[in-house]
Design a protein around this ligand. Structure first.
Ligand SMILES: Nc1ncnc2c1ncn2[C@@H]1O[C@H](COP(=O)(O)OP(=O)(O)OP(=O)(O)O)[C@@H](O)[C@H]1O
Ligand SMILES: [Mg+2]
Length: 503
């Protein structure tokens, strides 16, 4: 029969498990919760959860519960030192029931984390067998001793804590990989070619030439897909900073906490996945230019921090109060009506005026039709090689259709449209039909439905069809290339209503 306390323990474990698996966990809160449950259910008076810093060969306090939790958090413990240090070094759990007199056992060196402890038990947090931290309980309540069963439970809680950390680390690693991929795609040498023919754009480029020589902030405005990022690149490339880094940050891509550390860096221990000091994008851009894309999405607290960087060129890393000074030119872009955001109190007026010293408005494609043939030819060149087809160019009616179309998605839409035509087109000359302009089914982005789901499904269908065509509609080959099961592929083919045109 399970005792009442056992039932409580099991229920707590189930609850913690579901929290660990929930998306967007705040790990620090979760670890504190695990520590709290372990302390309550195993009957300790106080407890600590420490994490190993392998570089410094020490443990630091991630969470501490009990009378001196605040003080304790400032200390670190050397590996091998005290009970927690012993557990971390030996990667084994331990019970020490006579802390004062047990000479055989490790003891907590006094002064530091000392809540006077008489009895203790501690267990390692392990990820793939390696000890990454320690959870320790101090003083069994009621003047009792910790017993084997308590330790077994503590080990279960330690496993949960390790799992919670592993989850965040995997997420953090995935984020870093994505960032590195993005960086590889957009490193210094990898600037885009800016195609320009229309007087409207040539005039903007002249302005950019003059603006580039200064250090003033520039706010680049314009509809989505007009090429704001390319103009930011041009400002950097035409400036005296051209040989220094050009660092891009998408302010809409990360939640506030992560964005702050992305921009300004953090110090070790600032939050749970901060296992090391990290330089932020502002530091990486020192001497060069930082491009803050989607600035309209910058959360208000970070707007205040950015304002200070503009005014004083200094900021503090997350978790530190030491000011860092940088020499960075700031470029920002948004497709939002930023003045409306200011009116609604969602964007700081003072920051807006600071950024808007030199506003640069990029006109939509429909106001510069002279660029359409140039851009279309540029994208055709880019995609025809990939499509491995002999495509000569656009038919007259295809070109007319492109010239009279309004391009609500601007150049990005034109680029996608030419790519699609290269994949779908079967003739030497791209025909009007291959462009799918104004036809709802093939170009849903022009319709009202802008949901992510629809966009993903459209892309899925388009991509699957492309791979099927490349494999002559051989489903086994296509499934292999897509790295999915053949049965799943045939289900998708049915779901998207696709037909082999040759059948
Ligand atoms: N003048 C141009 N010449 C060549 N390619 C261009 C030009 N303008 C834009 N592009 C291409 O169009 C696409 C969209 O450009 P970009 O990402 O700069 O748009 P944006 O204005 O930042 O849009 P959003 O507001 O949606 O972020 C990119 O693939 C870019 O390479
Ligand atoms: Mg952009």
């Amino acid at each position: 029969m399970l005792s009442k306390i056992d039932v409580q323990k099991f229920n707590t474990l189930i609850e913690i498990n579901s929290l660990i698996n929930a998306p967007n966990q705040d790990v620090h809160a979760l670890l504190t919760r695990i520590l709290d449950s372990a302390t309550r259910l195993c009957g300790g008076e106080a407890s600590n959860l420490l994490l190993v810093d392998r570089g410094a060969q020490e443990l630091y306090f991630e969470a501490a519960l009990g009378s001196r939790d605040r003080e304790v958090k400032q200390f670190t413990i050397k590996l091998g030192e005290g009970v927690a240090g012993w557990v971390a070094e030996h990667n084994k759990p331990i019970i020490v029931n006579d802390v004062i007199n047990d000479k055989q056992r490790p003891r907590n060196s006094s002064k530091k984390n000392d809540i006077p402890s008489k009895t203790m038990m501690a267990a390692p947090l392990r990820i793939q067998g390696e000890c990454i931290g320690v959870i320790e309980l101090l003083n069994k309540k009621g003047e009792k001793k910790f017993v084997r069963e308590d330790l077994e439970w503590l080990e279960i809680f330690a496993n949960q804590a390790a799992l919670a950390i592993k989850n965040t680390q995997s997420i953090e690693r995935a984020r870093t990989e994505i960032r590195q991929l993005q960086d590889q795609l957009k490193t210094g040498e990898d600037f885009h070619t800016l195609v320009a023919k229309s007087p409207a754009i040539l005039e903007k480029l002249e302005i950019i030439d003059r603006v580039a020589k200064t250090d003033s902030s520039v706010l680049i405005l314009g509809e989505s897909g007009v090429g704001k990022e390319l103009f930011a690149e041009q400002i950097h490339l035409r400036s005296p900073r051209r040989r220094a880094p050009f660092v891009r940050v998408n302010c809409a891509a990360l939640p506030e906490g992560l964005l702050e550390s992305e921009l300004f860096g953090h110090v070790k221990g600032a939050f749970t996945s901060a296992l090391n000091n990290r330089r932020g994008r502002f530091e990486l851009a020192d001497g060069g230019t930082i491009f803050l894309d989607e600035i309209g999405d910058l959360p208000l607290p970070l707007q205040a921090k950015l304002l200070r960087v503009i005014q004083e060129r200094t900021f503090e890393k997350v978790g530190s109060n030491v000011p860092v000074t940088v020499n960075v030119r700031i470029l920002a872009a948004t497709n939002k009506d930023i003045e409306a955001l200011v009116d609604r109190g969602e964007f700081r007026g003072d920051l807006y005026y600071r950024l808007n010293v030199l506003p640069l408005h990029i006109p939509p494609l429909r106001q510069r039709p002279e660029d359409i043939p140039e851009l279309a030819a540029f994208f055709l060149e880019k995609f025809r090689r990939g499509a491995k087809k002999q495509i000569e160019g656009f038919s007259d009616e295809a070109m007319e259709a492109m010239l009279s179309y309004s391009w609500p998605g601007n150049i990005r839409e034109l680029e996608n449209c030419v790519e699609r035509a290269c994949v779908i087109g079967k003739n030497k000359w791209i025909r009007r039909e291959d462009l799918f302009l104004n036809t709802g089914a093939a170009a849903p982005e022009q319709e009202g439905d802008r949901s992510l789901k629809t966009a993903i499904n459209t892309f899925k269908a388009y991509f699957i069809k492309k791979v099927l065509e490349e494999n002559n509609w051989n489903q086994t080959e296509a499934a292999r290339s897509l790295n999915i099961q053949r049965t799943y592929l045939s289900r998708l083919i049915r779901e998207f209503n696709m037909n082999n045109p040759k059948e």
